[in-house]
Ligand binder design. Structure first.
Ligand code: SF4
Ligand code: SF4
Length: 688
């Protein structure tokens, strides 16, 4: 009995010319990759190759299984089929090479039938269907996040043509050679039957020969385009996932401000060479999928910011200016060795202004929705904040209201410039112990870090009062710092004043060390994030608990008992710095589940997909055009649930949502906004 196989290069005399084309392809690929890779060398050092086991595990999840992409019910499977189709067909080509050029007996027997025929045929068909879906989404459904440039349709057309011509070639060969195993390639077989219905054997033979060369040329053209197009992500995306940051999500990359100043370096990113090589690598890894754009709250309300174009504009700039920056760097090296050439000076090619619209830069709320959505783990927020650092620390060129907040933070220890309140006003009549009176944190369950918003915002003082009342009710031993407390520095860091942040962090860590503080309870997710993720680098290692977590525990253990369950239907807004930055989605829902008898109605955008309230990244202190308010959009989303109450767990979100709900309902009081502490305090109030 004959062993199943087929003749490679059947009907292709002179196929050896293919090798000449292949050499050209390799040269183009090598040149293109070198061109791009040499530009990444412009960046500063970054450590992204440690912990290979952890990196490989994540790469497996995100590249092989495409977990993040599969969150999208249609585009996810589509991309999975396209990319796996590409990989399987590529492997099939490698097998042909192993047989035809190395003479290995690989294309025969069951392997030939099951892999080389059936699997390739089916993966090719699925990839073709996925290509059609991709074209439909881009050109018929016209998804706003997808661009429709010449590059986009050339890539789609080439991919579809390669797959189609592959099937036709397979079918023609099966028909003309009367291949006894032809049915193992069912789609190719059908194509063969189709052509046989109107072409003679001679015509099919001729067509096969011509089409084979056409197929080869377009396949090589497609591969050759990779380093010069967005298809570069085929190579870079897996590497970018591998090299993703393993630092806590809530920590912005630190910088040594004093050392940078002493070395005469820019404080932050003034130009491309101030970024790390990984940040430059990010730019080339972008697939232009627009997922970041689709989730960005600033973009959704019509602001100048579009995270996709932050990346693409920087990329364009890198490609345009990179070669001259490389030449400049080479001249600088030579000047360091031989002394500067006459008339040679350092020209700074500024990013903010010529490349990045300042309005876009300051519109970012640092909500991290873009980073959470990006399938290739591009790190937008650190890049944006690094450009802010230069604008703030070197140029002092940033919105006036944000400047006022930072001046207040520096001079008065909090960013609420106009506030006349004292840090202790909220606690009046509550007999909350002060740490200074106790002399230390010994014997306490927690030090309650109140945070600036709950201390100085008159509305939010009610949250602090509710929480302190609950702690007393449950018998939790706690104290506060009172007038000794100052801002954690979060707004300074997110706005770009790293110097002020670090100064504040060191002072706070010193103060807490003097009192022997180990356990901190916060009601503000920004404070929670800073203590948990950013202070350890300054020697501040604490057990940090957010009030939603403690309330869940107190309710579950019975230390707080529900006496009057609230019957209002509630929707919950996930604060970005509690949810996306610290993965705490369940504690607040458990608390609401325990006390809100009216049930919980989720907003369409919830958990890691939640829409920001608009306050983060210093936007709390920015001027907003009424038509471009993120908080109003979030309020509309909350109102769409039909719930009569919006619950949240962040005083900044409280300010934004309350304002948004008032604007959207005309202040008719039909929907209330409450912090979890307030809801629980009411529901567990002892019967009088
Ligand atoms: S962090 Fe949020 S606001 Fe900033 S670019 Fe990303 S999605 Fe937009
Ligand atoms: S940055 Fe990420 S999410 Fe945004 S377009 Fe590029 S690949 Fe897509």
């Amino acid at each position: 009995m004959r062993v199943p196989t087929r003749q490679v290069y059947w009907n292709i005399p002179g196929h050896e010319w293919m090798y000449a084309l292949f050499v050209v392809l390799l040269a183009v690929l090598a040149w293109g990759i070198w061109q791009r890779a040499s530009l990444w060398r412009l960046g500063r050092p970054a450590r992204r190759l440690d912990q290979p086991g952890r990196r490989l595990a994540e790469m497996n999840r995100q590249v092989i299984l495409q977990a993040r992409l599969l969150r999208d019910a249609l585009s996810g499977p589509m991309h999975l089929l396209l990319s796996w189709g590409f990989v399987v067909l590529f492997l099939g080509t490698v097998v042909v090479f192993l047989k035809a050029d190395l003479g290995l007996p690989v294309m025969q027997g069951p392997f030939y039938l099951y892999f080389q025929s059936l699997t390739l045929d089916l993966f090719g068909a699925l990839a073709l269907i996925a290509t059609a879906v991709a074209a439909w989404r881009r050109y018929l459904e016209r998804l706003p996040r997808l661009s429709r440039t010449v590059q986009d349709w050339v890539i789609l057309a080439l991919f579809a043509l390669i797959l189609l011509t592959g099937f036709v070639l397979e079918g023609l060969r099966i028909e003309v050679t009367r291949d006894p195993w032809g049915l193992w390639s069912p789609v190719g077989y059908l194509f063969g039957r189709l052509f046989a219905s109107f072409l003679s054997v001679g015509a099919m033979r001729l067509l096969h020969r011509g089409l084979w060369w056409f197929h080869l040329v377009i396949a090589f053209a497609f591969l050759g385009l990779i380093p010069f197009s967005k298809m570069f992500h085929i190579l870079l995306a897996p590497l970018n996932v591998y090299m993703r940051s393993l630092e806590p999500k809530g920590e912005l990359p630190p910088m040594d401000v004093e050392a940078a100043a002493e070395a005469g370096e820019h404080l932050g990113a003034a130009e491309l060479t101030d970024f790390s090589w990984k940040q430059l690598f990010d730019l080339d890894a972008c697939t232009e999928c627009g997922r970041c754009e689709a989730v960005c709250p600033a973009h959704a309300v019509g602001k100048a910011l579009d995270p996709k174009y932050v990346v693409l504009n920087l990329r364009e700039h890198l490609h345009a200016e990179g070669p001259s920056l490389l030449a400049l760097a080479a001249r600088a090296r030579s000047a360091a060795e031989n002394g500067p050439a006459e008339g040679e000076g350092e020209a700074v090619s500024h990013l903010v202004g010529p490349v990045i619209d300042p309005e876009a830069l300051w519109a970012c709320t640092t909500c991290r929705a873009c980073m959470e959505a990006c399938p290739v783990f591009i790190e937008h927020v650190p890049t944006i904040v690094q450009m802010r650092r230069y604008q703030v620390m070197e140029l002092a060129d940033y919105p006036a209201t944000m400047q006022e907040a930072l001046t207040s933070l520096e001079e008065r220890g909090h960013p609420f410039r106009g506030s006349t309140a004292s840090r202790l006003d909220w606690a009046e009549g509550l007999e909350v112990p002060l740490l200074s009176r106790l002399g230390g944190a010994e014997g306490l369950d927690y030090v309650l870090w109140v945070g600036c918003s709950a201390a100085f915002d008159e509305r939010n003082q009610r949250i602090a009062r509710a929480l302190a009342t609950l702690l007393q009710r449950a018998g939790v031993r706690f104290a506060i710092l009172g007038d000794e407390e100052r801002c954690t520095g979060d707004p300074a860091r997110r706005m770009g004043n790293e110097f002020l942040f670090q100064m504040t962090a060191r002072e706070n860590v010193d103060l807490l060390r003097r009192y022997g503080v180990r356990r901190i309870l916060t009601l503000c997710p920004h404070c929670y994030n800073t203590f948990r993720n950013e202070y350890p680098r300054f020697g501040g290692e604490y057990e940090v608990v957010h009030h939603s977590q403690l309330l869940r525990e107190l309710l579950a253990s019975g230390r707080l008992r529900v006496t009057r369950p609230s019957l209002l239907e509630t929707t919950y807004h996930d604060p970005c710095y509690l949810g996306r930055y610290n993965d705490e989605y369940e504690a607040p829902r458990a608390v609401l589940g325990a006390v809100a008898g009216g049930g919980l109605r989720e907003m369409e955008r919830n958990r890691n997909h939640a829409f920001c309230c608009g306050a983060g990244g210093g936007r709390m202190w920015a001027e907003e055009a009424p038509s471009q308010r993120v908080n109003r959009e979030r309020a509309r989303q909350a109102l769409a649930t039909g719930a009569r109450r919006v619950g949240t767990a962040c005083p900044f979100c409280m300010t934004m949502l309350e304002d948004g709900i008032k604007s959207e309902t005309g202040g008719d009081g039909s929907v209330e906004v409450r912090d979890l502490a307030e809801i629980v305090e009411e529901a567990t109030r002892p019967a009088s």
